[in-house]
Design a protein around this ligand. Structure first.
Ligand SMILES: NC(=O)c1ccc[n+]([C@@H]2O[C@H](COP(=O)([O-])OP(=O)(O)OC[C@H]3O[C@@H](n4cnc5c(N)ncnc54)[C@H](OP(=O)(O)O)[C@@H]3O)[C@@H](O)[C@H]2O)c1
Length: 272
């Protein structure tokens, strides 16, 4: 396991990104925490420095804004030992494609795709030069199922999966690992936005929910084993595996997922 140097984490102000920060600090990393909500980042930084020896820097930035992404990329390119980049920033929308404000779709492409790609491009040269480093892109189980009501979300996550797998093949010989992490429903602030006001977590079976600690532990375990694709939770691995069986196929898998997860009206559906 890579144990020192700096881990840069987007989406570090809550949920999965904040949990990466806590678990990586416990493994001896210094941290660069990136998100919009500076007070959250400051609180997390002070919790971490109170209990770990890590140096923690925070960088408040809106990754939907290309100029702010450039500012973050410039800081990443300056890091002496960028050992890990976790692209975790993200959000969901609810409802049919044409009913969602087009700016939300475009912001999603910017945050999920453009920012992840830009920041990966900024840290890779130093990792390749040192023959050491890891990139983790947080996609979703949605990368495997194109669901009505979540089309841009699933499409951006499918891009991240394809991007990570292709990049991994390019940089593994140079000693750099790339992982795409594909969680299912995870208890974070993801479903706490006004958009999800009608989303009721209890409407989903409890076996579909995981904690961010479970998700991040699975990711870091997978990194140690050199796993390119990490799907935390046996139930989700089974669902994804089903689609690879010729007798089931992708279409039926999407139907199973839809029935299991989304028995409500499209507007009340959640993404993950
Ligand atoms: N929770 C789930 O069920 C689930 C399942 C599968 C995949 N995921 C993925 O996991 C990742 C993390 O989500 P989470 O579950 O941890 O949700 P979360 O608690 O809401 O965290 C999302 C993070 O993304 C950041 N973010 C969102 N928009 C941003 C922007 N424009 N600029 C900068 N940062 C931004 C947020 O920070 P600020 O608001 O402070 O900017 C926050 O730190 C996302 O990519 C999500 O798609 C989540």
């Amino acid at each position: 396991m890579l144990t020192h140097g700096t881990a840069a984490i987007t989406g570090a102000s809550s949920g999965i990104g904040a949990e990466f920060a806590r678990q990586l600090a416990a493994r001896g990393y210094d941290l660069l925490l990136i998100a919009r909500r500076q007070p959250n980042l400051e609180r997390l930084a002070s919790d971490i420095t109170a209990s770990h020896a890590s140096q923690v820097e925070i960088l408040s930035a809106d990754l939907a804004d290309p100029q702010q992404v450039e500012r973050v990329a410039a800081r990443l390119a300056e890091l002496r030992e960028p050992t890990m980049l976790v692209n975790s920033a993200g959000f969901g929308t609810t409802g049919r494609f044409q009913r969602v404000d087009v700016r939300k779709h475009l912001d999603m492409i910017q945050v999920h795709l453009a920012a992840s790609l830009r920041l990966t491009h900024a840290v890779l040269p130093a990792m390749v030069k040192r023959k050491r480093g890891a990139i983790i892109c947080v996609a979703s189980i949605g990368a495997f199922v194109a669901l009505p009501g979540n089309v841009t979300y699933c499409a951006t996550k499918a891009f991240l999966a394809a991007f990570s797998e292709g990049l991994e093949a390019e940089v593994r010989p140079a000693g750099v690992r790339v992982q795409v992490l594909c969680p299912g429903f995870t208890r974070t602030e993801f479903h706490d936005t006004p958009e999800y006001a009608r989303f009721n977590r209890a409407s989903l079976p409890s076996f579909l929910w995981q904690s961010s600690a479970q998700v991040v532990s699975a990711s870091l375990r997978g990194l140690e084993r050199g796993q390119r694709v990490v799907i935390p939770g046996a139930v989700y691995r089974l669902l994804v595996g089903l689609g690879d069986l010729p007798i089931v196929g992708r279409g039926l898998r999407a139907n199973i997922v839809r029935r299991l997860m989304f028995s409500r009206k499209p507007e009340a559906r959640g993404t993950r």
